[in-house]
Design a protein around this ligand. Structure first.
Ligand code: ADP
Ligand code: ZN
Ligand code: ZN
Length: 752
């Protein structure tokens, strides 16, 4: 049968949408695959051009007489483009979606650039004059000018994107100071005028023994031709960042390039400065404050070798480097490393694959490793490195776990336990700061008993049931439905209901209790405006409030030396989200939250309020015992067949009509059941769970359904995905206006 290939001629982004169709010559039929590089005759003169195959079909979209034929298979090159195409191919086959979606993920959006520019902000006046101007700005309370002058006085010059980015100084403020003649913006043309490496080496710290051992291990393996993936486990302040910097220096001195992944929320100005001081103009940062054009500029600078080190979120993996020696991934457990859009790739797995293409090493760092990373380290797939000592001094905080059931018994119906009230009053008196956080993701909707702590769970999946309209409790994995209860099946109390208390109520009640308290609140409402998130943190850091109330956003990244009390108002909220990662996430959040207290010289205290003080995630978080937590959590995953012990593919169906979505999701699930290999013993078999309406069943009038396929073998799940994709393609071609789409999520980060 004749087959046709869609070929993208030039992989610049704007043309990625427009593939051209070619006939596949007979002798190529067996060999040709999506993602391969071919040469094709193009245009009037039929000049031979390189192109990439994005799809293979049996349908010809044009006049079959006029269609041209593929000339030949291009032999694999080694350029940056080939790395990117191979990466896109792998992403497509591992996570689903189309080749075009994969290419769009991997390729930087092309922008017609005038000329790639690189800008710096410099101090234009002498030191004395600078200091006197700084004093003046302080008196006038011009906070942004103060920040900029202060930094320029200590650094001399700063990259423009750092000033407008993490330092939060707007271009208008820079222009204002420029107008006064105090600062100067220098524009350097890239390519033509390669920037000279600055000689501003910070006096290197002498590494601790543990740090030294970690660096030596990674470099010795690398130099010995055996690069690997490493899990660097160490609490905050144990010197992980210093290890990253040293490793990056080692790689750069060997002529290799380094990708540093840091979740944006955890990337502070201080951390960035540490990289700038070591790598000067040879380091670049990708962040969300950059425009698409600026991002493209950074990629161009990377492509022509002007940059050795790139720092950014997961998309920094796709910077066109041709000599990658090392990929560093800080806070590897962060959910933001997983893409929410198709292809739903995970940066960890993608980094490991990318490293294999380049013969590079990967270092994953965390204080609370993901179960995935810890499991693979124990299976011997990752090599383990530990940093056990805190270099910053300061002892671990004292943790009190408060049983909210007891509080209720004692007649305290407030959302603040007596212990927390007492400590809050104490801090207010001493002029020290506190942080209160409510552990809240989405609208959890779970139902629990305030008298005994009992949580309504699915009998099949061991995750919390969610309250739906119409008095039903639903499991979002398997679709189990049961009626809402009015009395607790465990203790008979009538205090059983969904938990509802937002940050705003907390703020109000706190204010009512302590009228003199200065309170800042940080949640999705107060941080909607761009940068407001950083502004609130900056204000709190500057001592403008006694208490910061917020969602889990407040526990990440920033250091507040004056915070000596952290209160977790309802640790159960994240514990009871109907998701198999709930325990892991709770442990991470509580450990991080506890780590917020007592960073300075004063010791810290932490109050964890919960209805389930006996839950292992809470017990182990309270004593900062990762190993203990891991041992219990992995047993649960093993027992239930959840990742990382097994793999889980979420098949998500989006439909404009509820009936059709329901019907199709059943059909697809049946189709998937057909792949179950009856010859396998039950324990090795693939399992299909669902379908069920998704946690958030309807968004913008689109109905969502989901079912899960579990298997120990990732490749078998890929085969299921391929099968369903093909089945769906056929189904859609038979529809006039298909109003249904299908998405895949491998080892989903959350299942809401
Ligand atoms: P982490 O990334 O694990 O939180 P950092 O690398 O940021 O740890 O180190 C925490 C603090 O300790 C920083 O202020 C850093 O400058 C300091 N530090 C790191 N390594 C050393 C060292 N070898 N000697 C002295 N201080 C160090
Ligand atoms: Zn009860
Ligand atoms: Zn269930």
């Amino acid at each position: 049968m004749t087959r046709y290939a869609d070929v993208i001629i030039d992989i610049s982004h704007e043309k990625v949408d427009r593939p051209f169709q070619y006939r596949i010559p007979e002798h190529m039929l067996e060999k040709l695959e999506v993602g391969m590089c071919v040469t094709v005759p193009f245009g009037k003169g039929n000049t031979l051009r390189r192109g990439y195959v994005t799809d293979i079909t049996e349908k010809c979209a044009f006049d079959p007489q006029k269609i041209k034929e593929i000339h030949s298979l291009a032999t694999d090159g080694v350029g940056v483009e080939d790395f990117q195409i191979r990466l896109a191919r792998w992403i497509r086959s591992s996570y689903g979606g189309t080749m075009i979606q994969a290419l769009k993920t991997v390729l930087p959006a092309r922008h017609t650039v005038k000329k790639v520019e690189y800008k710096k902000v410099l101090l234009a006046v002498g030191r004395e004059e600078g200091i006197s101007l700084l004093g003046e700005c302080r008196r006038k309370k011009q906070a942004a000018r103060v920040r900029l002058l202060q930094e320029l006085l200590s650094e001399g010059e700063l990259p423009y994107e750092l000033v407008t980015g993490k330092l939060m100084v707007s271009p208008a403020v820079i222009r204002g100071l420029e107008g006064l003649g105090a600062v100067h913006v220098e524009v350097l043309q890239s390519f033509r005028n390669p920037v000279k490496q600055q000689e501003r080496q910070e006096i290197s710290k002498e590494l601790s023994e543990e740090q030294q051992a970690a660096v030596e291990k990674v470099m010795a393996d690398y130099d010995g031709g055996d690069p690997g993936t490493y899990l660097l486990q160490g609490i905050t302040g144990s010197g992980k960042t210093e290890v990253y910097i040293r490793l990056a220096q080692e790689m750069v001195s060997r002529g290799r390039q380094v990708i540093v992944l840091i979740p944006e929320i955890a990337l502070t100005y201080q951390t960035l400065m540490r990289f700038y001081r070591r790598f000067g103009d040879r380091v670049s940062v990708l962040n969300s404050t950059l425009s698409a054009g600026e991002k493209y500029d950074q990629c161009e600078r990377a492509r022509c070798g002007e940059i050795d080190v790139i720092i950014g979120p997961r998309s920094a993996l796709f910077v066109p480097f041709s000599r990658v020696g090392l990929i560093l991934m800080d806070e590897e457990h962060e959910a933001s490393y997983k893409s929410e859009n198709t292809p739903k790739y995970h940066a960890r797995e993608t980094a490991v694959y990318l490293a294999s293409l380049h013969g590079a090493s990967v270092v994953l760092g965390s204080a609370t490793p993901s179960l995935e990373a810890a499991y693979r380290a124990r299976e011997g797939l990752y090599r383990q490195l530990f940093l056990t000592r805190r270099l910053t001094g300061g002892s671990l905080p004292k943790v009190y776990t408060v049983d909210l059931r007891e509080e209720l018994k004692q007649g305290n119906r407030s959302i603040f336990s007596r212990k927390l009230q007492e400590l809050l009053a104490d801090r207010l008196e001493k002029g020290q700061q506190s942080m209160l956080f409510i552990n809240r993701r989405g609208f959890a909707g779970f139902v629990s008993c305030r008298a005994c702590g009992h949580v309504m769970k699915c009998p099949h999946c061991d995750v919390s049931l969610s309250e739906h309209k119409g008095g039903r409790l639903v499991c979002h994995y398997c679709g189990y439905v049961t009626a809402k209860v009015n009395v607790c099946p465990e203790c008979g109390s009538k205090y059983i209901s969904g938990f509802r208390a937002g940050t705003q109520q907390i703020e109000e009640r706190l204010q009512a209790m302590f009228p003199a308290m200065r309170i800042l609140r940080m949640d999705a409402d107060t941080t909607r405006a761009k940068d407001s998130h950083e502004q609130i943190l900056a204000a709190f850091s500057a001592g403008e409030a006694d208490v910061l109330v917020g969602t889990q956003m407040i526990v990440k990244g920033h250091d507040f030396p004056n915070v000596t009390l952290v209160g977790v108002l309802a640790a159960d909220l994240s514990l009871s989200v109907g998701d198999y990662r709930a325990g892991e996430r709770t442990f991470q959040l509580l450990t991080q939250a506890a780590g917020r207290a007592g960073r300075g010289s004063e010791p810290g205290e932490v109050v964890i309020q919960t209805y389930q003080p006996e839950h292992y995630a809470i017990i182990h978080a309270a004593c900062q015992d990762y190993e203990g937590f891991y041992q219990e959590e992995i047993l649960y995953r093993e027992l239930m067949g959840y990742p990382p012990v097994a793999h889980m593919l979420a098949v998500q169906i989006y439909a404009a009509s509820e009936e059709e979505g329901d019907r199709l999701s059943r059909q697809l699930a049946r189709q998937a059941k057909g792949y179950v290999d009856q010859a396998q013993p039950l324990a090795r078999q693939m399992l299909i769970v669902g379908p069920a309406p998704a946690g958030i069943g309807r968004v913008n009038d689109i109905y969502r359904f989901v079912f899960y396929v579990k298997d120990r073998d990732y490749h078998r799940l890929i085969a299921v995905k391929d099968g369903l994709e093909a089945w769906m393609g056929e189904w859609q071609s038979g529809q006039r206006r298909p109003q249904i789409s299908l998405q895949f999520d491998f080892d989903p980060m959350n299942t809401l």
